[in-house]
Design a protein around this ligand. Structure first.
Ligand code: COA
Length: 265
């Protein structure tokens, strides 16, 4: 890892990362392990999770396990949480990073398309949060980190479904922080802007407009997965013990540069 945070920051902790098989979720899982946590990766594709877990173990020497499940299925998520508790004996951190998205004008999104994205992002976050709270955090406390976005801070073309879903996720961050704070549970959000080497960037910012978009971002660049992962590590650590119910934007100022991702011209 990049060495910006103390390598034992999360020593002794156990974490479950949804969407942990690739992209930002995998980056966060790697960072949590590099800072001392044991990690479980939850996602739909078992083969990818097993490979990613082996890679994390090789890289960090920490235990990493695959817990295949679709976040849209509450029973499967609850079973994955039980597996984590059997393997780790505890579950201090949940990262809700599973997300689904595609570019489509509102008039072209089918009922099933809208539902798929709402189901993965919003209901998936709900299912995993409830499963972890019910099975562990209600009695032992912990931290839930919801990976959000900035799409819905204003409005973003071709993103009506994902914007609605991430607005719901941010709302859950606040509601669960309010209700579960007394149980010693912090609930925080992290909202990346465009991040290099992610499926999100590939899907949402088509190559022809990528350079133009980069040029209007105040920091003149997209984020990197390791930068988002470092912030996630900080937010779930005791260094952020007073932070709850809020979502940190990490976008190099991209949201200030116009709402559009450059898609309108
Ligand atoms: N434009 C319009 N509608 C689309 C679409 C697109 N580009 N891509 C998918 N859909 C619609 C499908 O047509 C389908 O609706 P229909 O049954 O009315 O035809 C609906 O979305 C569900 O698609 P399907 O592929 O069956 O669902 P899935 O559960 O396998 O996949 C998605 C869920 C659609 C979110 C898929 O993009 C996905 O799995 N993404 C995960 C990874 C990801 O998106 N990462 C980036 C995060 S930023």
């Amino acid at each position: 890892m990049n060495g910006l945070l103390r390598p034992d920051l999360l020593a002794g902790r156990a974490a479950l990362v949804t969407g942990g098989g690739s992209g930002i979720g995998l980056g966060i899982a790697r960072a949590l392990a590099a800072h001392g946590a044991r990690v479980a990766l939850l996602g739909r594709r078992a083969d990818r999770l097993v490979e990613a877990a082996a890679c994390i173990e090789r890289e960090t020497g920490r235990t990493a396990i695959a817990t295949p499940a679709d976040v849209r299925e509450p029973e499967a998520v609850a079973a994955a949480v039980r597996t984590c508790l059997e393997r780790f004996g505890r579950l201090d951190v949940l990262v809700n990073a599973a997300a689904g998205n595609f570019l489509a004008p509102a008039a072209a999104i089918s009922p099933n398309g809208f539902r798929a994205v709402m189901d993965i992002d919003a209901r998936g976050t709900w299912h995993a949060s409830r499963a972890v709270f019910d099975a562990w955090m209600r009695d032992h406390g912990g931290v839930i980190l919801n990976v959000s976005a900035t799409l819905h801070h204003g409005a973003t073309p071709m993103q009506a479904h994902a914007s609605a879903a991430k607005a719901a996720v941010d709302s859950l961050t606040r509601s669960l922080a309010l209700e579960w704070g007394p149980f010693g549970v912090r609930v925080v959000g992290l909202a990346p802007g465009p991040v290099e080497d992610t499926e999100g960037l590939a899907r949402l910012v088509p190559e022809p407009i990528r350079e133009r978009f980069r040029r209007v971002i105040p920091m003149r660049r997209f984020g990197r997965i390791d930068e988002i992962a470092t912030l996630a590590t900080f937010l779930v650590s005791d260094a952020a013990a007073l932070v709850t119910g809020t979502t940190l934007v990490a976008d190099g100022g991209a949201r200030l540069a116009g709402r559009t991702l450059g898609l309108e011209s």
